[in-house]
Design a protein around this ligand. Structure first.
Ligand SMILES: Cc1ncc(COP(=O)(O)O)c(C=O)c1O
Length: 437
């Protein structure tokens, strides 16, 4: 230690605050206040049915001090995550000791279990990957789509990285890519049915669309896919953590999600789900890292019999792991049904009040996700109003591809509002007031 002084938690944080001024300094006091007063972990454990969401709000200093209606982009950390990060960085700085934790094997396994429980999968069906896109790439190479021919069916509410992946395979002559177009910002089952046939190898959907929060009729789509011998991949990053996802009931064969959005973690770690009976068979191992092994005796590599055969490292990204662990514990304690119930009246308000301000709704009224989007007739005016009111980003302003009545693609501008556990009616008031001035 410099000067041989013991680094206590308080003077460690003090040093961080001094070096990083403003934002960090104020985060420090809120975090310490939040943890040491009434909002320790017990604040969310002590509820019988519906948690106290006003206490939850205090756990997210960013979102309780400023407006943040963009969790579909990235989710703020809660104070428990900051404490866990601090404990880990202290470990890395000072080595093992009181209050200092590593991201242990048990925690890694517990993290997978928390995710598995959240989507109704089994522990052995979950692998760590770097991101959603990395997970989908593992599936595509494991299925050997580049050499098997046939077609892949997606739709135009999918995430562009997936479209890029399959368009690249099509360009190299490996597959035929079929893109089902939306009608009125929804995907018709009849159109999926027309696109899927005996030559379909994979149907890839974003379970909840990043554009408008539209949730696919997953079970019906997977029934059609399975009847034709195809597998279903679900990009679940905009669903898991905010909406109940039952991967088995939905018939999804493989799925992936990063942890930096609704799972409240950080960038650089995600989960891949692969149904047990597909592991090493329909979806082969194409990555080789020691995490895939049970044991190692010379050249005698004993492979594990679980989804870790898809992991391509020996080590783990510990910090993102710790963040995801805290995020998933928090979500589990809150309960996914409660999270959903908390967001619903707020998204209902937006659905009701935004059209009166001239914004054109593109999210179905019965959408179960907490993402609601609207077309902005005058995007520049909307941006100016928001800049004037808040001076920084509070929602997502984007450009999307709309399929018009003639089936042609038009570029449209829109606003996407994502409601999470820390938002409340006052947040919605602030947004609506800013847009109505
Ligand atoms: C539906 C969807 N899929 C994938 C991604 C990106 O995933 P990743 O960064 O985990 O590869 C996003 C990011 O916004 C998304 O909204």
């Amino acid at each position: 230690m410099p000067n041989g002084k013991r680094m206590t938690r308080r003077n460690f944080l003090g040093k961080v605050a001094v070096t990083s001024a403003g934002m960090l300094a104020s985060t420090r006091s809120s975090v310490e206040g939040g943890l040491s007063k009434n909002h320790g972990p017990s604040a969310i454990l002590n509820f019988s049915s519906m948690p106290d969401f006003s206490a939850v709000r205090v756990d997210f200093p960013w979102a309780s001090r400023k407006l943040w209606l963009a969790a579909a982009e990235t989710h703020p950390f809660n104070v428990h995550t900051i404490r866990a990060i601090e404990s880990y960085t202290q470990y890395r700085l000072l080595g093992p000791g009181e209050g200092r934790t590593y991201f242990t094997r048990d925690m890694q396994s517990e993290l997978k279990r928390l995710f598995a429980d959240l989507i109704n999968a089994k522990l052995e069906e979950i692998a760590f990957v770097m991101s959603t896109t990395a997970g989908e790439n593992v599936v595509v190479s494991g299925m050997d789509l580049a050499h098997r021919g046939g077609n892949v069916v997606i739709d135009d509410l999918h995430f562009p990285a997936s479209t890029y992946l399959y368009a690249a395979l099509e360009k190299q002559g490996s597959i035929e890519l079929r893109i089902v177009r939306h009608h009125d910002w929804k995907i018709r089952l009849t159109d999926m049915e027309k696109a899927i046939d005996r030559n379909t190898r994979l149907v890839s959907i974003a379970l909840v669309s990043n554009i408008n929060g539209y949730m696919h009729e997953a079970k019906a789509i997977s029934d059609i896919a399975h009847a034709n011998g195809a597998l279903v991949y679900g990009d679940i990053i905009q669903a898991v953590g905010n909406t109940p996802v039952d991967i088995q009931a939905m018939g999804i064969d493989c799925a992936a999600s990063s942890t930096y959005k609704w799972l409240m973690g950080d960038f650089g770690l995600g989960f891949l789900y692969v149904r047990k009976d597909l592991q090493g068979t329909a979806i082969k191992q194409t990555r080789y890292g020691l995490r895939a092994l049970k044991g190692l005796k010379g050249r005698d590599f004993e492979r594990r019999e679980d989804a870790s055969i898809y992991e391509e490292t020996t080590s783990m990204p510990n910090l993102p792991g710790i963040c995801a662990y805290e995020g998933l514990k928090y979500i589990t304690k809150l309960g996914i049904e409660n999270i959903r119930a908390h967001a619903k009246p707020l998204t209902d308000r937006l659905q009701k009040e935004m059209p009166a301000l001239g914004y054109v709704p593109i999210t179905p009224l019965d959408s179960p996700s907490p993402i609601v989007s609207f077309l902005t007739p005058d995007p520049e005016m909307t941006k100016n109003k928001l800049d004037k009111a808040f001076g920084e980003q509070v929602v997502s302003l984007s450009r999307w591809q709309k399929t018009n009545d003639k089936g042609e693609t038009e570029i449209v501008s829109g606003i996407r509002i994502a409601v999470s556990v820390y938002n409340n009616d006052e947040d919605i008031d602030r947004l609506l007031n800013a847009l109505s001035t």
